[in-house]
Write a protein of this length. Structure first.
Length: 127
């Protein structure tokens, strides 16, 4: 993977969204393994986990909290030197509302899988 391999960043982020939008334990485990390296991590204001099982648990928990929603990328993926950033929103399939939006920064391993995610929440529902 070269420092400015745009296709590698696009592929990694596509796998990331595929994982976040997958439901069902078996399919989710496969999607997480495809997206993240073995010891991969995810950190945002609400979660700080590493390893495929913990990552899958965070994703499954999000689907429980927001049934009928999917994650969608906002804008382009910007990447260099194994680091990429992109925006996203959590969209209701029923009415198109997007109560949650954020921005993630990922680092990739030599195989192009995600090693770390630093997530930032820009918009969250009022509690």
């Amino acid at each position: 993977m070269s420092a400015h391999d745009t296709a590698a960043y696009e592929t990694a982020v596509a796998r990331y969204f595929e994982a976040w939008n997958t439901q069902g334990a078996e399919d989710l485990a496969k999607a997480v393994a495809a997206a993240w390296s073995e010891g991969g991590s995810y950190t945002d204001p609400l979660s700080d986990v590493s390893g495929h099982e913990a990552l899958a648990a965070v994703i499954a928990g999000t689907h429980e909290q927001f049934p009928g929603f999917e994650f969608r990328r906002i804008g382009a993926v910007d990447g260099h030197h194994h680091v990429a950033r992109f925006g996203w929103e959590l969209v209701s399939l029923a009415d198109g509302s997007a109560p949650v939006a954020g921005f993630d920064v990922v680092t990739l391993d030599e195989d192009g899988r995600i090693a770390t995610v630093a997530g930032f929440l820009d918009r969250v529902p009022a509690s």
